[in-house]
Design a binder for this molecule. Structure first.
Ligand SMILES: Cc1cc2nc3c(=O)[nH]c(=O)nc-3n(C[C@H](O)[C@H](O)[C@H](O)COP(=O)(O)OP(=O)(O)OC[C@H]3O[C@@H](n4cnc5c(N)ncnc54)[C@H](O)[C@@H]3O)c2cc1C
Length: 418
């Protein structure tokens, strides 16, 4: 682990700081300081500003419209944006740029790159991820959404669930079962499907907060062109698995900063409310402090690998496990500090369900109660804690593999289940 950046980092950092100073309003305190109904409009215009000045899709080469940054520059950019409290892209860009965009760049045909990549950057195509199904979450290889070739088109029938921001998207990358007689990981195909058609129905799911950020997506004879396969027909499992490695360098750099800012807010809340008079609260705050410091070192380890040109492997699962479990604990502490006020939350609710509330958000009870709800999801999405522990146990520590019973065709296994 090498926690120091080379001197050229400072030069690029100043450039990014100059850009932020020029393009953010005077007195800017972070996107959390905006009213909730202003967040979407700000994010849209900020994304356009990033596109105009070549800051969008920071890991993409110039030939595909990205800025062609080095790994170090990508990390500096992400750190400075985190400090300034502005996003690196639009609401769906985690799916559009980081997931499907990177997947097309790695696996797509020249024609797919020429067609889809500019449309992702312009925002014309907005993507969501159709992987999980009611019977296929952690055991994703069990998915049953069917796709059958009919002339020049794939015809898709089945259901996806937990499709984040699916109601904002006009395209979905969807894992489909194309050969039910092959083994469960072998008959899967990765398809690019337009959502603006009668065969695709999006039904929002209401969350405990009362909001709807994710959806069920139903396919009834939905169609996409034959050539919208990424990778090989029946080879979609390999395509779906490779995308999981992207952008981990960025998370390793920014998450410790994000959780430090959040903990500083909680310290301020505890101090002003008088909760710090309680030695048990002080003890728990000190525990959180040491956790965030350890997270910083864990991040630096991943970052060192990333800056040396290695995509973090299965050991990055430790980082995901660590921050998501920590976040449940710190948000529980926040609710304990609020006490009875947590039952009647007031003020501004978080605008997004992922990780912490946005930088600059007021230190309101609604902010912390919303964060408490959201933190429950962190140990589920992108691989639950139990699955991360399995990955770390089997692939990092070399412990014996858990029995899987994956033999036989997918179709036979469905019969065996019923
Ligand atoms: C906020 C949020 C956003 C999401 N967004 C998307 C999205 O955009 N697109 C998408 O496709 N999916 C999305 N998901 C779905 C997510 O990927 C799944 O919820 C996740 O993979 C877990 O699957 P499951 O919910 O079916 O739970 P299950 O797989 O049924 O797991 C239930 C419980 O059993 C445990 N478990 C399962 N298998 C094992 C095992 N082998 N060993 C030990 N324990 C095990 C799990 O850890 C969990 O505690 C999202 C989920 C959330 C919470």
């Amino acid at each position: 682990m090498d926690p120091t950046y080379p001197p050229e980092a400072d030069v690029y950092r100043e450039k990014v700081q100059g850009f932020l100073a020029e393009h953010l309003p005077a007195g800017w305190r972070g996107i959390g300081s905006l009213e909730r109904d202003q967040v979407e409009e700000f994010t849209r215009s900020w994304r356009a500003t990033l596109g105009e000045h070549g800051y969008l899709a920071s890991s993409w080469p110039t030939e595909y419209g990205g800025p062609g940054l080095t790994a170090l520059e990508q990390v500096i950019l992400a750190e400075e944006f985190q400090r300034a409290g502005v996003p690196l892209g639009g609401t769906n860009d985690v799916f559009s740029i980081q997931m499907v965009g990177n997947t097309i760049l790695q696996w797509g045909t020249d024609e797919q790159k020429r067609h889809f990549i500019p449309r992702i950057l312009s925002g014309e195509d907005i993507w969501c991820q159709g992987y999980s199904e009611p019977n296929a979450g952690s055991d994703l290889g069990n998915l049953g959404c069917r796709a059958v070739l009919d002339g020049d088109e794939w015809v898709i029938n089945g259901q996806k669930i937990w499709t984040s921001a699916g109601h904002l998207a006009n395209w979905i990358f969807v894992l489909t079962r194309t050969d039910p007689d092959a083994g469960k990981h072998k008959g899967i195909t990765f398809l690019l499907c337009p959502m603006d058609q009668p065969g695709v129905e999006v039904r929002p799911i209401k969350m405990i907060s009362g909001e709807s950020e994710f959806n069920e997506v139903f396919f009834t004879d939905a169609r996409c062109p034959k050539e919208n396969v990424v990778g090989e027909v029946n080879g979609g499992w390999a395509v779906a698995m490779t995308r999981l490695g992207y952008e981990r360098g960025e998370a390793a750099a920014t998450f410790p900063l994000m959780f430090r800012t959040e903990l500083d807010r909680l310290m301020a809340l505890a101090t002003t409310s008088g909760a710090t008079a309680d030695p048990r609260i002080r003890q728990r705050l000190a525990w959180c402090h040491s956790k965030v410091e350890i997270m910083r070192y864990l991040g630096l380890r991943t970052l060192t690998q990333f800056l040396n040109g290695h995509q973090p492997g299965p050991e990055a699962g430790t980082f995901k496990l660590y921050w998501s479990e920590y976040h449940k604990a710190v948000s529980e502490l926040a609710v304990d500090i609020l006490g009875a006020e947590a039952m009647t939350p007031r003020g501004r609710w978080p605008a997004s369900s992922f990780q912490t509330d946005d930088p600059g958000a007021p230190n309101d009870s609604a902010s912390w109660v919303g964060t408490f709800f959201n933190a429950r999801a962190g140990t589920i999405y992108a691989g639950s804690s139990e699955i991360q522990r399995n990955i770390v146990g089997e692939m990092v520590l070399g412990l014996p593999k858990e029995p899987r019973g994956d033999g036989g065709s997918w179709r036979d296994r469905q019969g065996a289940r019923s």
